[in-house]
Every structure is written in structure tokens, then in C-alpha cells.
Design a binder for this molecule. Structure first.
Ligand SMILES: C[S@@+](CC[C@H](N)C(=O)[O-])C[C@H]1O[C@@H](n2cnc3c(N)ncnc32)[C@H](O)[C@@H]1O
Length: 332
């Protein structure tokens, strides 16, 4: 990976220019390059050799702030074939999947390549990323996006065309993968091959858009008996407006992108010690899930004795209010 995130601007660098009225232009520096707008012409040579974060003027005297795009700027503006993993979720995926320098990571599908860029950065030159995608056009978009950002297609990155369920067993040795990230419609269809590919202790992370997918993949993972108990979360990031005394949350936010679910591969044949749980939670069964019983949806069921106690408490509170008279009575 030949990212050049710092130092003076050089030929071939991508530069994000913020011009008059905050308009953004992203250019790739060339010796003979020029940016033409109705405000005038900016020659790329004005930027080459300047430090990142410089301000340069065009022929009409209009000033531009020049910065190399950060990875999050790039992924949010790059061409998309499929919906991307947002930076807030990518950061969380790296943490929950525990992606480390030198790791061997599998991801599917590659989509537009946004998550691939974060994963490539995290595994570093000593790691390896194998990305699977069943739609050729999406794989092409992803390859082009990664090349644009990094300057070349990284040598430690393979894009395998095909369905993960069929292609994974032939692409990697069983038990050789440290981490797997699934961003696809039906991750449960691939969990068995993922379990075969993962090293004992390895992590699978699924990123799904809906609660129904979350439930289905969680139950599938549990049912295999080959993983630890899955955990899940979602990440909401609320921006803040911080200016003078006007310090408050932004009025708008991206309220929903997706859920993360993760679990670790058990050693072959390992059966984890049973975790003691409340009776209502250990009573899940196929029938519960079908019938939508209170136990199935995790409702804690109150005992009859406790319920009678709550009724007496509630009635005592109501009697006390009656005895004291209503607020209207008092004001009359
Ligand atoms: C939401 S996109 C992935 C976006 C990507 N993570 C990114 O950040 O740009 C989902 C992709 O998964 C691919 N896909 C779905 N099921 C697949 C499977 N079983 N094997 C391989 N690719 C699959 C789809 O074609 C689609 O491109």
C-alpha cells in the first residue's frame, strides 16, 4: 500500500480544494494540470511543493485551501456501485473484529471498496486482505477506488470474483484466516464456510442493515455450536456545533446505518462452559421463536406472587392520592 498521507504536495497526489463559498474540488496533481472555474484558472504548479494545508490563489485572485483528502473524505465522495460502510461503522468494525497489523482478513462483499480501504490500512504491508464479490462491476468499482486512493492496487490484496459460500473454501486454507467481515444481505448463508476458514479464536463480524437480519444471523451462529455467544451493537454518532456560546448537538444526524454482530471461533470440538442465565432467557426454543412468546422476545416474566405484590403497591398509591384529594380539589 503506497499511501502518501503527509509531506509537501507531489505530482500524482490527490488534493481537495475548498474554494470561494466552500465549494469543493478534488484534483490529481500534474505538472501541466490546471483547474478551470468561472473564478479563473489555478495551475497545479502553484500547489506542487507546497505543504499540505496551504492556501493558494488562482488567476482571478480567488483563494483555495488545499488539503490531502483523509480516508473518510475519500470514501464519502468516491464513486459507489453498492452502498458503502460509513466511517463510523468502519472504525467500529476494526475494533470489534480486532484487526491487527499482519492479520489475514477475509471480507465479502467488496461492494464499492470502502471497507477494503480501512482493512488494508489496518492489516498494513505485512498483512493480507482477500475480498470476495459476486458482481463483477462492483469488483471493478472497488479496484478502481482502492487504486485511486492508494496510488496502485496493493500487492497484499486479492479480489476474488464469486459467491463467498462457493469461493472461500478454494481460496484459503482451512483454519488460516484471522478475521472475517461480512457485509452482505444474507450472511447466515456463509457462516459454515467462514467457520471452516477461521483459525480457532478468530473473529467474525457481520454488518447488517435490519433487525430481522441481525436476529437471523445471531440464531444461525448460535445454532452451529462453533462460535462463542454472539454480541451485537450499533453506533450512533451525533455531531456537535461548537461556536462561541452556541454549543449544542447538530440538528441533523445519520440516525441509522447498520448493526454489528460478532463472535469468536471455538477450537474444534470445544463446548464452552454453560453461562448461568435467568430462567426466562434460557427458555428459548424453536417453539418460542415461532410463537413469539414473552420468553422468546426476552421479556422477563413476573411470578404470580410478585404480580399480586405490585397490584397491592399500585392500589395503595392510588388510595393515598384519593385520600389526600386531587390537585384540583386543593385549588378550589
Ligand atoms: C453493501 S455492499 C458492500 C459494501 C462494502 N462493504 C463497502 O464498504 O463498499 C454488499 C455487497 O455484497 C455482495 N454480495 C452479497 N452476497 C454475496 C456473497 N454471498 N458473496 C460475495 N458477495 C456478495 C453484493 O454484490 C454487494 O456488492
Amino acid at each position: 500500500m503506497t499511501e502518501r498521507p503527509s509531506g509537501p504536495f507531489r505530482v500524482g497526489d490527490r488534493v481537495q480544494l475548498t474554494g470561494p463559498k466552500g465549494r469543493l474540488h478534488t484534483i490529481t496533481l500534474r505538472e501541466d494540470g490546471e483547474l478551470h472555474t468561472h473564478h479563473g484558472v489555478l495551475r497545479h504548479t502553484e500547489l506542487i511543493g507546497q505543504p499540505d494545508g496551504s492556501v493558494v490563489a488562482n488567476s482571478g485572485g480567488h483563494e483555495y485551501l488545499a488539503l490531502r483528502p483523509l480516508l473518510r473524505d475519500f470514501v464519502m465522495s468516491m464513486p459507489r456501485g453498492a452502498a458503502i460502510v460509513y466511517p463510523k461503522d468502519a472504525a467500529q468494525i476494526l475494533a470489534e473484529a480486532d484487526v491487527f497489523p499482519g492479520a489475514t482478513v477475509v471480507e465479502a462483499g467488496v461492494g464499492s471498496g470502502a471497507l477494503s480501504l480501512w482493512l488494508l490500512r489496518a492489516v498494513g504491508a505485512g498483512g493480507r486482505l482477500v475480498s470476495f464479490e459476486r458482481r463483477e462491476e462492483f469488483a471493478e468499482v472497488a479496484r478502481a477506488n482502492v487504486e485511486t486512493f492508494t496510488g496502485s492496487v496493493p500487492e497484499n490484496w486479492d479480489v476474488v470474483l464469486g459467491d463467498l459460500g462457493e469461493a472461500l473454501p478454494t481460496a484459503v486454507e482451512p483454519g488460516s484466516v484471522d478475521r472475517v467481515v461480512l457485509d452482505m444481505l444474507a450472511p447466515w448463508e456463509c457462516i459454515d464456510v467462514v467457520a471452516d476458514a477461521l483459525t480457532p479464536g478468530g473473529v467474525v463480524v457481520c454488518y447488517v442493515a435490519t433487525a430481522t437480519q441481525l436476529s437471523r444471523v445471531a440464531e444461525y451462529i448460535r445454532g452451529t455450536g462453533r462460535f462463542t455467544e454472539p454480541d451485537a451493537n450499533e453506533t450512533m454518532v451525533r455531531g456537535w456545533h461548537v461556536e462561541g456560546l452556541a454549543v449544542r448537538p447538530d440538528h441533523r444526524m445519520v440516525a441509522h446505518t447498520g448493526f454489528l454482530l460478532w463472535a469468536r471461533r471455538l477450537a474444534p470440538g470445544a463446548v464452552p462452559p454453560e453461562v448461568k442465565r435467568r430462567a426466562s432467557k434460557s427458555s428459548y426454543g424453536d417453539e418460542d421463536v415461532e410463537l413469539w412468546t414473552p420468553g422468546a422476545v426476552g421479556d422477563r416474566q413476573i411470578t404470580d406472587k410478585n404480580l399480586r405484590k405490585r397490584v397491592r403497591e399500585a392500589q395503595r398509591a392510588a388510595e393515598a392520592v384519593r385520600a389526600a384529594g386531587s390537585p384540583e380539589d386543593e385549588s378550589d
